[in-house]
Design a protein around this ligand. Structure first.
Ligand SMILES: Cc1ncc(COP(=O)(O)O)c(C=O)c1O
Length: 377
């Protein structure tokens, strides 16, 4: 019997002493510099991220949500336009489309990877489609070859929502480097998390990158002269400075997440739970496991498992309980649309603790609890 009392879904306080020191140094450096908005720390983070993500331009912004919004604005998307996106995703994907005045057009996801695929996207394209917005969900890239081929044949730009996928790869290329614009989030729960809100947009297109930079500062170029309307989408110098030592550790953390995922999968497969339990499927060359999401089949069983784990002090989360096409605010755009794979995923999926600092004893404790509860069901 293990004597572990609690395992959180995520524990952001488990910093190594060396990282803690570097973060304190970064804080002091910014404090002493007196430079708090954009500036040298942001430029340094941008060039380090561009190198890491294998892109020409990386532009720091205020959040992952603002990364999506500014990407849509840079492509001139607005009222009367349609943007195709998944229904089974975080709200910001669809919310930002709606905020531009465009209509999010929801498509169903694949039952194994939960990512959207070209065939479903193709059925959703109309003469009003102005962009495709695939999401690399839970840290695994969508099947981009087919999506890009479809988009290029129709000259429709692709905005990658790579908020959960910094460092993920598709056929050896980094997620977020494949479409016209890539969007990333540094929300604290992401693999590379800030100590607050921050985000990043990427592009290999010089003109688009220039427009994104101008939109970030209210569309002013030169300052106080506006030929386009932008907003305040700036990243704080402090967040940039705090992210830099973390970026240097990201590959190590990713390896730890991948190790944790492999161990869970091994333990669950050995338990022989058959069809009751679905495990994450690794389809692409580099899954960075922002989340390890299991599937508990059978009416009410996922909720029962979650409640039982909570009773034992184990943190889990349902990503996402209500797909976008069933959200009240999208009732008009979605109508009576049925997207059965997304609806089932919303009822059956559960994210388990996967963070890099999770100990092997904790992981085995979580796996044993899941197996015990499912066996008894
Ligand atoms: C798929 C997806 N898109 C967009 C976002 C928005 O990012 P942020 O929370 O940094 O605004 C997130 C993360 O929260 C996300 O998971």
């Amino acid at each position: 019997m293990s004597d572990i009392k609690q395992v959180p879904l995520l524990d952001l306080r488990r910093l190594t002493p060396d990282l803690e020191l570097e973060l304190e140094d970064a804080f002091r450096r910014v404090l002493k510099s007196g430079h708090f908005i954009l500036g040298p720390e942001v430029e340094a983070l941008e060039s380090e991220c561009a190198a890491y993500l294998q892109v020409k331009h990386a532009i720091g912004v205020s959040s992952g949500t603002d990364a999506l919004l500014i990407a849509l604005m840079a492509l001139g998307i607005g009222a009367g336009d349609e943007v195709v996106c998944p229904s089974y995703t975080f709200f910001a994907t669809a919310g930002t489309i709606a905020r531009t005045g465009a209509r999010p057009v929801f498509v169903d996801c694949d039952a194994d990877s939960y990512n959207i695929e070209a065939a479903a996207i193709e059925r959703a394209i109309t003469s009003r489609t102005r962009a495709l917005m695939p999401v690399h969900l839970f840290g695994q890239s969508a099947e981009m070859h087919d999506i890009l081929a479809l988009a290029r044949a129709r000259r429709i730009p692709v905005i990658e929502d790579a908020a959960q996928a910094l460092g993920a790869e598709y056929r050896g290329k980094r997620a977020g480097s494949l479409g016209e614009i890539g969007c990333f989030s540094f929300f604290p729960s992401k693999n590379l998390g800030a100590l607050g809100d921050a985000g990043l947009v990427t592009s290999n297109d010089d003109a688009l990158a220039d427009k994104l930079r101008v939109l970030r500062v209210h569309g002013g170029k030169p300052k106080y002269h506006h030929s386009i309307v932008g907003g305040n989408f700036r990243i704080d110098a402090l967040q940039a400075a705090l992210l830099r030592p973390k970026l240097r550790r990201l590959d190590g953390w990713t390896a730890a997440r991948q190790h944790n995922a492999a161990l869970y999968t091994q333990l669950f497969e050995a338990a022989g739970l058959g069809g009751k339990l679905g495990l994450p499927v690794v389809r692409q060359t580099r899954h960075i496991f922002n989340q390890y999401v299991i599937r508990v089949r059978g009416e009410g069983r996922r909720d029962h498992l979650q409640a039982e784990l909570k009773r034992r002090g184990i943190g889990t989360e349902v990503y996402y309980p209500v797909p976008m096409h069933q959200q009240k605010c999208f009732a008009e755009s979605a109508g009576q649309q049925a997207l059965p794979v997304s609806e089932l995923a919303a009822r059956e999926t559960l994210a388990l603790p996967i963070f890099p600092e999770l100990t092997e004893a904790e992981l085995r404790h979580v796996a044993a609890a899941v197996v015990e509860v499912l066996r008894a069901q």
